[in-house]
Design a protein around this ligand. Structure first.
Ligand SMILES: C[S@@+](CC[C@H](N)C(=O)[O-])C[C@H]1O[C@@H](n2cnc3c(N)ncnc32)[C@H](O)[C@@H]1O
Length: 257
Protein backbone atom coordinates (compact mmCIF):
# COMPACT_ATOMS: atom_id res chain seq x y z
CA UNK A 1 0.00 0.00 0.00
CA UNK A 2 1.24 3.49 -0.71
CA UNK A 3 2.43 5.32 2.38
CA UNK A 4 1.30 8.71 1.12
CA UNK A 5 -2.12 9.31 -0.41
CA UNK A 6 -1.81 12.66 -2.05
CA UNK A 7 -1.02 14.63 1.04
CA UNK A 8 1.62 17.13 0.27
CA UNK A 9 1.97 20.38 2.14
CA UNK A 10 1.56 23.90 0.81
CA UNK A 11 5.31 24.57 0.83
CA UNK A 12 5.92 21.52 -1.38
CA UNK A 13 3.21 22.60 -3.82
CA UNK A 14 4.61 26.14 -4.01
CA UNK A 15 8.06 24.79 -4.76
CA UNK A 16 6.75 22.61 -7.59
CA UNK A 17 4.52 25.45 -8.84
CA UNK A 18 7.59 27.66 -9.29
CA UNK A 19 9.35 24.88 -11.19
CA UNK A 20 6.40 24.27 -13.55
CA UNK A 21 5.06 27.86 -13.73
CA UNK A 22 5.24 28.14 -17.52
CA UNK A 23 3.44 24.82 -17.96
CA UNK A 24 0.63 25.96 -15.70
CA UNK A 25 0.25 29.05 -17.90
CA UNK A 26 0.20 26.86 -20.98
CA UNK A 27 -2.55 24.68 -19.45
CA UNK A 28 -4.77 27.78 -19.04
CA UNK A 29 -4.29 28.50 -22.75
CA UNK A 30 -5.39 24.96 -23.59
CA UNK A 31 -8.55 25.54 -21.53
CA UNK A 32 -9.31 28.42 -23.96
CA UNK A 33 -10.33 30.55 -20.98
CA UNK A 34 -12.36 33.62 -21.78
CA UNK A 35 -13.72 36.51 -19.83
CA UNK A 36 -16.98 35.43 -18.17
CA UNK A 37 -16.24 31.66 -18.18
CA UNK A 38 -17.21 29.34 -15.32
CA UNK A 39 -14.32 26.94 -14.69
CA UNK A 40 -13.23 24.18 -12.29
CA UNK A 41 -9.91 22.96 -10.89
CA UNK A 42 -10.15 19.45 -9.39
CA UNK A 43 -7.56 18.70 -6.68
CA UNK A 44 -6.87 22.43 -6.45
CA UNK A 45 -4.48 22.35 -3.46
CA UNK A 46 -3.98 25.79 -1.86
CA UNK A 47 -5.42 27.68 -4.87
CA UNK A 48 -2.26 27.66 -6.97
CA UNK A 49 -4.24 27.73 -10.21
CA UNK A 50 -7.68 29.01 -9.25
CA UNK A 51 -6.37 32.50 -8.50
CA UNK A 52 -4.41 32.97 -11.77
CA UNK A 53 -7.47 31.65 -13.66
CA UNK A 54 -9.62 34.23 -11.86
CA UNK A 55 -7.51 36.98 -13.41
CA UNK A 56 -8.37 35.58 -16.85
CA UNK A 57 -12.13 34.93 -16.47
CA UNK A 58 -12.61 38.20 -14.57
CA UNK A 59 -15.42 39.27 -12.25
CA UNK A 60 -18.05 38.26 -14.77
CA UNK A 61 -16.78 34.67 -14.55
CA UNK A 62 -16.62 32.13 -11.76
CA UNK A 63 -13.79 29.83 -10.65
CA UNK A 64 -14.36 26.76 -8.46
CA UNK A 65 -11.66 24.70 -6.77
CA UNK A 66 -12.27 21.28 -5.19
CA UNK A 67 -9.94 19.42 -2.87
CA UNK A 68 -10.63 16.68 -0.34
CA UNK A 69 -8.06 18.04 2.12
CA UNK A 70 -9.71 20.57 4.47
CA UNK A 71 -6.41 22.28 5.22
CA UNK A 72 -5.75 22.87 1.52
CA UNK A 73 -9.25 24.28 1.06
CA UNK A 74 -8.78 26.65 4.03
CA UNK A 75 -5.48 27.87 2.54
CA UNK A 76 -7.09 28.34 -0.87
CA UNK A 77 -9.97 30.33 0.67
CA UNK A 78 -7.47 32.58 2.49
CA UNK A 79 -5.41 33.04 -0.70
CA UNK A 80 -8.51 34.07 -2.68
CA UNK A 81 -9.42 36.61 0.00
CA UNK A 82 -5.91 37.99 0.01
CA UNK A 83 -5.92 38.28 -3.78
CA UNK A 84 -9.26 40.12 -3.62
CA UNK A 85 -11.02 37.59 -5.87
CA UNK A 86 -13.15 35.79 -3.27
CA UNK A 87 -16.43 37.15 -4.67
CA UNK A 88 -16.04 34.99 -7.77
CA UNK A 89 -13.58 32.29 -6.69
CA UNK A 90 -14.99 29.53 -4.51
CA UNK A 91 -13.07 26.65 -2.92
CA UNK A 92 -14.91 23.66 -1.50
CA UNK A 93 -14.03 20.42 0.16
CA UNK A 94 -15.03 17.63 -2.20
CA UNK A 95 -14.04 14.31 -3.68
CA UNK A 96 -12.90 13.95 -7.29
CA UNK A 97 -14.94 10.72 -7.48
CA UNK A 98 -18.17 12.53 -6.68
CA UNK A 99 -18.01 16.18 -7.67
CA UNK A 100 -20.54 18.39 -5.87
CA UNK A 101 -21.86 19.98 -9.08
CA UNK A 102 -24.69 19.47 -11.55
CA UNK A 103 -23.91 17.98 -14.93
CA UNK A 104 -22.86 20.20 -17.87
CA UNK A 105 -22.12 23.35 -15.88
CA UNK A 106 -18.47 24.28 -16.63
CA UNK A 107 -17.01 25.90 -19.73
CA UNK A 108 -13.65 24.32 -18.92
CA UNK A 109 -12.19 21.97 -16.29
CA UNK A 110 -8.63 21.19 -15.34
CA UNK A 111 -6.85 18.84 -12.98
CA UNK A 112 -3.11 18.82 -12.28
CA UNK A 113 -1.06 16.12 -10.56
CA UNK A 114 -4.18 14.66 -8.94
CA UNK A 115 -4.60 11.44 -10.91
CA UNK A 116 -1.29 10.07 -9.61
CA UNK A 117 -3.00 9.87 -6.21
CA UNK A 118 -6.19 8.19 -7.36
CA UNK A 119 -7.04 4.50 -7.21
CA UNK A 120 -9.52 4.86 -10.08
CA UNK A 121 -8.49 7.72 -12.43
CA UNK A 122 -11.11 6.64 -14.99
CA UNK A 123 -13.88 7.31 -12.50
CA UNK A 124 -12.56 10.77 -11.67
CA UNK A 125 -12.17 11.55 -15.36
CA UNK A 126 -15.77 10.52 -16.02
CA UNK A 127 -16.86 12.88 -13.23
CA UNK A 128 -14.90 15.76 -14.74
CA UNK A 129 -16.55 15.07 -18.08
CA UNK A 130 -19.99 14.90 -16.50
CA UNK A 131 -19.72 18.42 -15.08
CA UNK A 132 -18.19 19.90 -18.26
CA UNK A 133 -20.56 21.48 -20.80
CA UNK A 134 -20.81 19.91 -24.25
CA UNK A 135 -18.03 21.48 -26.35
CA UNK A 136 -16.28 22.54 -23.12
CA UNK A 137 -12.53 21.96 -22.72
CA UNK A 138 -10.91 19.47 -20.36
CA UNK A 139 -7.20 19.67 -19.53
CA UNK A 140 -5.44 17.11 -17.33
CA UNK A 141 -1.77 17.20 -16.40
CA UNK A 142 0.06 14.50 -14.55
CA UNK A 143 3.50 13.18 -13.84
CA UNK A 144 4.85 10.02 -15.41
CA UNK A 145 7.14 9.06 -12.53
CA UNK A 146 8.76 6.33 -14.61
CA UNK A 147 10.54 9.16 -16.47
CA UNK A 148 12.40 10.27 -13.34
CA UNK A 149 16.03 10.22 -14.39
CA UNK A 150 19.13 11.16 -12.43
CA UNK A 151 22.63 11.23 -13.88
CA UNK A 152 24.47 8.62 -11.83
CA UNK A 153 26.78 5.67 -12.39
CA UNK A 154 24.57 3.80 -9.87
CA UNK A 155 21.95 2.93 -12.47
CA UNK A 156 20.72 -0.17 -10.68
CA UNK A 157 20.15 1.80 -7.44
CA UNK A 158 18.46 4.59 -9.37
CA UNK A 159 15.98 2.09 -10.88
CA UNK A 160 15.31 0.46 -7.51
CA UNK A 161 14.64 3.81 -5.85
CA UNK A 162 12.40 4.86 -8.70
CA UNK A 163 10.34 1.67 -8.64
CA UNK A 164 10.07 1.78 -4.86
CA UNK A 165 9.03 5.43 -4.96
CA UNK A 166 6.32 4.77 -7.53
CA UNK A 167 4.91 1.85 -5.54
CA UNK A 168 5.06 3.53 -2.13
CA UNK A 169 4.16 7.14 -2.78
CA UNK A 170 1.43 6.97 -5.37
CA UNK A 171 -1.75 5.09 -6.02
CA UNK A 172 -0.96 5.55 -9.69
CA UNK A 173 2.57 6.80 -10.37
CA UNK A 174 2.25 6.10 -14.10
CA UNK A 175 -0.80 8.35 -14.50
CA UNK A 176 0.82 10.75 -16.99
CA UNK A 177 1.19 8.10 -19.67
CA UNK A 178 -2.42 6.89 -19.18
CA UNK A 179 -4.13 10.22 -19.88
CA UNK A 180 -4.25 9.91 -23.66
CA UNK A 181 -6.04 6.54 -23.30
CA UNK A 182 -8.63 8.07 -20.93
CA UNK A 183 -9.37 10.89 -23.38
CA UNK A 184 -9.67 8.48 -26.34
CA UNK A 185 -11.87 6.02 -24.45
CA UNK A 186 -14.29 8.82 -23.56
CA UNK A 187 -14.38 10.05 -27.15
CA UNK A 188 -13.22 13.61 -26.58
CA UNK A 189 -12.63 15.58 -29.75
CA UNK A 190 -9.66 17.79 -30.72
CA UNK A 191 -7.35 15.85 -28.41
CA UNK A 192 -3.83 17.19 -28.12
CA UNK A 193 -0.83 16.14 -26.07
CA UNK A 194 2.04 18.15 -24.63
CA UNK A 195 5.03 16.68 -22.84
CA UNK A 196 6.49 19.18 -20.41
CA UNK A 197 10.04 18.34 -19.37
CA UNK A 198 11.29 19.40 -15.97
CA UNK A 199 15.02 19.41 -15.44
CA UNK A 200 16.86 20.32 -12.28
CA UNK A 201 20.57 21.02 -11.80
CA UNK A 202 20.26 21.87 -8.12
CA UNK A 203 20.54 18.60 -6.14
CA UNK A 204 18.75 20.00 -3.09
CA UNK A 205 15.76 21.02 -5.21
CA UNK A 206 15.73 17.62 -6.93
CA UNK A 207 15.65 15.88 -3.54
CA UNK A 208 12.76 18.10 -2.42
CA UNK A 209 10.69 17.57 -5.59
CA UNK A 210 11.14 13.79 -5.47
CA UNK A 211 10.70 13.74 -1.64
CA UNK A 212 13.90 11.71 -1.48
CA UNK A 213 14.57 12.01 2.28
CA UNK A 214 11.34 10.13 2.93
CA UNK A 215 11.80 7.67 0.06
CA UNK A 216 15.30 6.76 1.20
CA UNK A 217 14.34 6.26 4.85
CA UNK A 218 11.44 4.04 3.83
CA UNK A 219 13.57 2.05 1.38
CA UNK A 220 16.13 1.52 4.12
CA UNK A 221 13.63 0.48 6.77
CA UNK A 222 11.96 -1.96 4.36
CA UNK A 223 15.28 -3.53 3.37
CA UNK A 224 15.06 -2.38 -0.28
CA UNK A 225 18.56 -0.94 0.02
CA UNK A 226 21.42 -1.36 2.51
CA UNK A 227 23.21 1.42 4.43
CA UNK A 228 26.22 1.00 2.14
CA UNK A 229 24.06 1.36 -0.97
CA UNK A 230 22.35 4.43 0.46
CA UNK A 231 25.73 6.05 1.10
CA UNK A 232 26.84 5.32 -2.47
CA UNK A 233 23.56 6.65 -3.89
CA UNK A 234 23.70 9.86 -1.86
CA UNK A 235 27.13 10.72 -3.29
CA UNK A 236 25.43 11.85 -6.51
CA UNK A 237 23.69 14.69 -4.65
CA UNK A 238 27.02 16.02 -3.40
CA UNK A 239 28.22 16.93 -6.90
CA UNK A 240 26.70 20.43 -6.98
CA UNK A 241 28.46 21.50 -10.17
CA UNK A 242 27.40 18.61 -12.40
CA UNK A 243 24.11 17.31 -10.96
CA UNK A 244 21.33 16.68 -13.50
CA UNK A 245 17.88 15.20 -13.01
CA UNK A 246 14.76 15.23 -15.20
CA UNK A 247 11.12 14.21 -15.15
CA UNK A 248 8.22 14.48 -17.60
CA UNK A 249 4.82 15.99 -16.99
CA UNK A 250 2.16 14.94 -19.52
CA UNK A 251 -0.73 17.19 -20.46
CA UNK A 252 -3.71 16.01 -22.51
CA UNK A 253 -6.51 18.33 -23.55
CA UNK A 254 -9.70 17.77 -25.48
CA UNK A 255 -13.26 18.83 -25.98
CA UNK A 256 -16.36 17.12 -24.61
CA UNK A 257 -18.30 15.82 -27.61
C1 LIG B 1 0.02 17.01 -5.88
S1 LIG B 1 -1.31 17.95 -5.25
C2 LIG B 1 -1.61 19.06 -6.64
C3 LIG B 1 -2.34 20.33 -6.23
C4 LIG B 1 -2.59 21.34 -7.35
N1 LIG B 1 -3.39 20.77 -8.43
C5 LIG B 1 -1.32 21.93 -7.91
O1 LIG B 1 -1.07 21.79 -9.12
O2 LIG B 1 -0.56 22.55 -7.14
C6 LIG B 1 -2.70 16.86 -5.28
C7 LIG B 1 -3.92 17.43 -4.60
O3 LIG B 1 -5.01 16.54 -4.82
C8 LIG B 1 -5.77 16.44 -3.62
N2 LIG B 1 -6.52 15.17 -3.69
C9 LIG B 1 -6.04 13.91 -3.60
N3 LIG B 1 -7.04 13.00 -3.74
C10 LIG B 1 -8.19 13.72 -3.96
C11 LIG B 1 -9.55 13.36 -4.20
N4 LIG B 1 -9.95 12.09 -4.24
N5 LIG B 1 -10.45 14.36 -4.39
C12 LIG B 1 -10.07 15.66 -4.35
N6 LIG B 1 -8.80 16.06 -4.13
C13 LIG B 1 -7.86 15.10 -3.93
C14 LIG B 1 -4.73 16.52 -2.51
O4 LIG B 1 -5.33 16.92 -1.28
C15 LIG B 1 -3.77 17.57 -3.08
O5 LIG B 1 -4.14 18.88 -2.71
Amino acid sequence: MPISKGFVDQEYLQLVAQTVARYKQSSYNYMRLQNGDTVLDVGCGPGTDTIPMAQIVGRGGHVFGIDYDEEMVAKAVAAAEQAGVNTFVEHKKGDAFSLPFESNCFDACRSERLFQHLSDPGKAFAEILRVTKIDGWVVVLDTDWSTLSIDTAEVDLEQRFKNFRIAQFHQNGYSGRQLYRLFKQQNLSEISVEIYPIFVTNPTLARQIAVLDEVEQNALSKGIISEAELNRWQMVFKSDATFFGSLNLVQVSGRKA
